[in-house]
Design a protein around this ligand. Structure first.
Ligand SMILES: *Cc1c(COP(=O)(O)O)cnc(C)c1O
Length: 379
């Protein structure tokens, strides 16, 4: 029997249960306990983020960002169409109209050369998504934001431990959102984090995250009673979630080393297909690093990708596609006419994600690459 290779397998470092037990024994398992603080300290010191706040998901961190920026009905927000719904839903919830940007030719990140043409007097924010953890061209985006006085929120869901010209992703926009969903590099099942890079948002972010109250300041002893001071919701995770995450964070370097090893084997074993013009491999611009969040290939067309997925399945390998482009979603089309976004459509039809997780062995990766090589020998 051939071993089945699934698309994702959450990796446990071994300390998660121990830390969760410690959190439980501390009898302080609501939000902002000992492990939440440990996680905050870890991410702030490791990546130099000015301030971070754990949230229950990246989706929540994005919703906090939309609240912090006071997004209102009638505002326009620019985001790529090739992304997860949460990138834009957070802003739609505040009444914004989403203006979708096409992906670039090189990779699925938004095409910065078209960005300026999408800006109108109603534009309030740009939400770049660092697809596969590969940086968008942030200098261009930040320069446009400055020129037109726009906010920038990085959707850094996939971008932990990745860099743009030496700066950690998530530290460049005014705000950024990370995900620790079980499909990401480090995980807590569900989980996320907001990074706040502009001091003017720090106080209010704490309030919004604590149901619109100044409870965080109260617990620090800065005020003698706490109350309702703003709008907000419950965005903070239980300390049990943070305990799980801290066990992962401690192993970040080890996890990253292994994922990059896997990524490089894929690349070595598939690059001949790119040289022959059969497929395209991930493109990493000179300004970006690779955090090995994902390994994908880009097929020629939808039919070829469908056949390749079927071929992989016959050999017990699960390849997956994703992101049915948002500009063609039933929800968007029920309200707006969809713009033509040819590169977004191309990635929607042709991009295929290969298995990528810590416990994938070298033999597994070689087997997957050879199965793909065989497919292209017969087509
Ligand atoms: C995973 C992901 C999200 C959502 O993260 P959650 O933590 O599940 O809310 C948002 N945007 C992108 C680009 C993602 O990959």
């Amino acid at each position: 029997m051939m071993k089945r290779i699934g698309f994702n397998k959450p990796y446990l470092t071994g300390k998660e249960g121990h830390y969760i037990y410690q959190a439980v024994l501390s009898c302080k398992i609501s939000g902002d306990g000992v492990f939440t603080k440990k996680c905050h300290d870890f991410f702030e010191s490791k990546f130099g983020f000015k301030k971070v706040l754990l949230t229950t998901s990246c989706t929540d961190a994005l919703e906090m960002a939309a609240l912090l920026l006071d997004i209102k009905p009638g505002d326009e927000v620019i985001a790529p169409a090739y992304t997860f719904v949460s990138t834009v839903n957070a802003f739609v919830l505040r009444g914004a109209k989403i203006i979708f940007a096409d992906s670039s030719r090189e990779n699925p990140n938004l095409d910065v050369t078209q960005l300026e043409s999408l800006i109108t007097p109603k534009t309030k924010a740009i939400i770049p998504v660092h697809y596969a953890g590969i940086a968008c061209d942030m200098d261009v985006i930040m320069a446009l934001a400055k020129k037109y006085n726009l906010h920038v929120v990085e959707d850094a869901a996939q971008s932990i431990d990745s860099y743009y010209k030496g700066k950690p992703l998530g530290s460049i926009g005014e705000l950024a959102a990370f995900s620790f969903h079980e499909t990401k590099n480090i995980i807590s099942g569900e989980g996320g984090m907001l990074t706040i890079n502009d001091e003017k948002y720090m106080k209010r972010a704490e309030v919004i995250r604590e149901k619109g109250t100044n409870r965080s300041a109260f617990f620090r002893g800065e005020i003698d009673k706490y109350g309702w001071v703003d709008i907000g919701s419950s965005f903070l995770p239980s300390d049990i979630i943070a305990a799980f995450l801290f066990a992962q964070a401690e192993e970040l370097d080890n996890i990253q080393e292994k994922r990059k090893l896997i990524w490089n084997i894929y690349h070595d074993r598939l690059k001949s297909l790119e040289e022959k013009g059969k497929i395209r491999l991930p493109f990493i611009p000179g300004y970006a690093t690779n955090n090995a969040h994902m390994f994908y290939i880009v097929c020629k067309n939808l039919e070829e990708r469908t056949n390749l997925i079927e071929h992989l399945k016959q050999f017990q390998i699960q390849g997956v596609f994703h992101y049915l482009s948002l500009h063609k979603s039933p929800f968007y089309l029920s309200q707006y006419s969809g713009p033509e976004l040819p590169m977004t459509d191309h990635y929607s039809d042709c991009l295929l994600r290969l298995p990528m997780y810590y416990e994938l062995t070298e033999e597994d990766v070689i087997r997957i690459a050879e199965t793909i090589q065989n497919f292209y020998q017969t087509t």
